[in-house]
Design a protein around this ligand. Structure first.
Ligand code: SF4
Length: 467
């Protein structure tokens, strides 16, 4: 059975809701908002489907495997509980008869909503599982401060700054599920960040579909934070987050940043240590013709030149990216352009998918579909080159002393543990395996920063000794 999420904070004799969160960090933040609201209204959470009065499944609909996992989970919840509300990306997918795909496959679900629909989900919950009356809770909604419930470990958290996307990449159906870009007011974002840092978060991961586009939809409107005007724009947001993080001795990491010229202004902030010198830039390809067929944002930019300039401005920068091999029409020459790019740009961390059709994406109709075997072969060739680059870059770390944020410790660190340096985002990059400290008196626990001397590499990971 899928794991049913169970955040802390409970009250007695209240209806119980089972909750399953599938999909990406953006879906996770939606789950956090719903769970926060449920808890604020006095609902309890159940660890099992059978023990719940009702189950909510937050789904993902991005690729076919995710659709299957979501539909299977809904089926499990229906079989074990019977009362199921579905939310998330898959909920926004239309079925053949004009209803939703979810209702077509599972007609007995109680309600279906799209993503970021906390209020709609809560309305459905109220209808099928009436709200418990608790005079104290009713008077004090949202008893968790601005930060709400977090499903990540206490020492790091995702901060969603916008929803949706204005682009129309031909392989992607996110805009049809999540809509156009809607930026959160900058004051709200900073308020949430402050609450997270005050709650003990040591690493804030900024997420969206397109972080560099923050504020485009509101024409970079001036908002207010701490009594001062601040523009709804990536540069000002990162400046403010960087200042706040420094005051709390914490990190800020940026994800989903497209290589627009405006990103160049962030580099000095990285070089000065206000924000981690780490950029997650989903490039998908390097060849201009493939990028055009993909309709990628910033496809007209000279990405290699830009990345090399970034490396000059901030030599310690680490770049993570994802790519697609075997996109429709990709020639051998275009593919080799991509391999050369990964070598020249020295991409530190790269992921690669063999192209696959996603139901509803316009790329499915593009001419020149590459045979599946060739797509897989190119993916393997890509990964071999990417690993060569990545391994060589990791080797250069040996002998350096890095600050490491501890994710796990054994015996207060006396027996070792694992952590991450600025070069590693949680769950997608490598880790630093921490050996027992050199000094017998040294201890460390989860959420602490420790300095570690890097003594070796292990696959995608580093091995370090706390000093
Ligand atoms: S930028 Fe492209 S891939 Fe990313 S969410 Fe928008 S349309 Fe999808």
């Amino acid at each position: 059975m899928s794991e049913v999420l169970s955040p802390t904070k409970i009250s007695t004799a209240a209806p119980k809701v089972g909750f399953v969160s599938l999909g990406c960090p953006k879906a996770l933040t939606d789950s956090e908002l719903i769970l926060t609201q449920l808890s604020a209204e006095g609902y309890e959470t159940s660890k099992t489907f059978a023990g719940a009065d009702l189950v909510i499944v937050n789904t993902c609909g991005f690729i076919d495997d995710a659709v299957k996992e979501s539909l299977d989970t809904i089926g499990e919840a229906l079989a074990e509980n019977g009362k199921v509300i579905v939310t998330g990306c898959l909920g926004a997918k239309a079925g053949k008869d004009g209803g939703t795909l979810v209702q077509e496959v599972h007609p007995s679900v109680l309600a279906v909503t799209g993503p970021h629909a906390t209020q709609e989900v809560m309305n459905a919950v109220h209808q099928h599982c009436p709200k418990p009356h608790d005079p104290f809770i009713d008077l004090v909604p949202g008893g968790f401060g601005e930060a709400g419930i977090k499903l990540t470990p206490r020492h790091y958290a995702y901060l969603k700054i916008s929803e949706g996307c204005n682009h129309r990449c031909t392989f992607c159906i996110i805009p049809s599920m999540r809509g156009d870009l809607v930026s959160r007011p900058v004051g709200d974002v900073l308020k949430e960040a402050k609450a997270l840092f005050e709650g003990g978060v040591k690493e804030l991961l900024v997420i969206s579909q397109d972080t560099s586009a923050y504020g485009v939809d509101v024409k970079y409107r001036t908002g207010f934070w701490d009594g001062k005007p601040v523009k709804t724009r990536m540069l000002e947001l990162v400046q403010a987050l960087g200042e706040m993080a420094q005051a709390h001795g914490a990190w800020v990491r940026l994800h989903y940043v497209y290589p627009y010229p405006s990103v160049d202004d962030i580099l000095p902030l990285m070089a000065q240590g206000h924000v981690l010198p780490y950029l997650d830039v989903p490039l998908q390809h390097s060849h201009p013709d493939v990028l055009k067929r993909m309709k990628r944002p910033a496809s007209g930019e000279k990405n290699l030149e830009r990345i090399l300039r970034w490396r000059e401005a901030c030599p310690q920068i680490v770049i993570r990216s994802t790519f697609i091999a075997g996109f429709p029409g990709e020639t051998e020459e275009e593919f080799e352009h991509l391999l050369d790019f990964v070598r020249a740009a020295q991409i530190d961390r790269a992921g690669c998918f063999a192209y696959s059709d996603v139901e509803g994406a316009t790329a499915n109709a593009l001419p020149g579909m590459v045979p599946m075997e060739l797509r897989e072969e190119r993916r393997a060739r890509f990964m071999a080159v990417a690993e060569e680059v990545s391994t060589a870059r990791l080797q250069k770390r040996v002998g350096q002393t890095l600050q490491v944020l501890v994710d796990q410790s054994i015996g207060l660190g006396k027996k070792g543990g694992t952590g991450r340096s600025y070069a590693d985002a949680p769950e997608i990059d490598g880790v630093v395996h921490l050996l027992p400290p050199e000094k017998i008196s040294k201890t460390y626990k989860v959420g602490d920063f420790v300095k570690a001397r890097i003594v070796g590499t292990q696959g995608h990971d580093l091995v370090g000794v706390p000093v």
